[in-house]
Design a protein around this ligand. Structure first.
Ligand SMILES: N[C@@H](CCC(=O)N[C@@H](CS)C(=O)NCC(=O)O)C(=O)O
Length: 233
């Protein structure tokens, strides 16, 4: 049996972790079915098999793999058809690109999404989220959150992707691949939390819609948190 341990909100169907979305998209790309094991932030016991406390964790028969990029590499090694990252230099370049894009997009998105995450998680998770994130961010959640500044910074950070997608439908070319899922996970994070801090009619907006359509055609509608009115940039 194949199991994906992933993060859930108070609603068990609300899955919002960007790293877990990467793996969902990668498993779909490979055509591999799995059982979802949605966990709250503070529900760490099921992760003991992985020797660490973060999701995603993929259990595939006797193999237990954590970390989204390591899972991509595991999937490529174990199921070589339809490569995600490719081998050798290609895999290394994909990892580099993931780092660069991730660094650029994560902070702007966090400024937008931190209050949303706090709002959608179970009450028992809220203290844990606040304590761990305030320690990591070096400020209170309220002082850190700044959706307007985040949206401006995100638009700037998306400019290279916007230019890249002017010439091709996917980051990896004519069809979606590992780079699309590594980056796309961040967009699913925002989307599931009920926000859309990018313009629908941008190249990036159209690219995300293609990924979403593809996912929903195969797996059904993606659960989104209720919105409070703040929508597309
Ligand atoms: N580098 C890891 C990051 C994993 C990670 O940070 N996961 C978060 C969910 S978005 C987590 O498990 N957080 C649980 C916690 O903070 O206790 C990956 O790519 O999978």
């Amino acid at each position: 049996m194949r199991e994906l341990f992933e993060l859930r909100g108070a609603d068990p169907e609300l899955l919002f972790s960007p790293y877990c979305w990467r793996v969902r998209l990668a498993l779909l790309h490979k055509g591999l079915e799995f059982h979802s094991r949605p966990l709250c932030f503070t529900d760490k016991t099921p992760l003991a098999c992985s020797g660490q406390q973060l999701v995603p964790v993929l259990r595939d028969g006797d193999s237990v793999v954590h970390d989204s990029v390591a899972i991509f590499q595991y999937l490529d090694r174990t199921y070589p058809e339809r490569p995600l990252l490719g081998a050798g230099e290609a895999a290394n370049r994909a990892r580099l690109l993931e780092r660069v894009i991730f660094q650029a997009l994560r902070m702007p998105l966090l400024k937008i999404l931190v209050p949303r995450v706090h709002a959608v998680i179970a009450p028992a998770d809220q203290d844990y989220f606040r304590t761990t994130r305030e320690k990591a961010l070096g400020s209170t959640l309220e002082a850190f959150a700044d959706p307007e500044a985040g949206a401006v910074q995100l638009r700037q950070a998306l400019a290279p992707l916007e230019a890249w997608l002017a010439d091709q439908p996917y980051l990896d070319g004519d069809s979606a691949g590992g780079t699309d899922y590594l980056v796309g996970g961040l967009f699913f994070w925002a989307w599931c939390l009920g926000t859309q801090p990018w313009a629908t009619d941008s190249k990036v907006g159209a690219w995300f819609q293609r990924l979403l359509n593809h996912y929903e055609a195969a797996c059904g509608p993606v659960k989104r948190a209720e919105t409070s009115g703040q929508e597309a940039a």
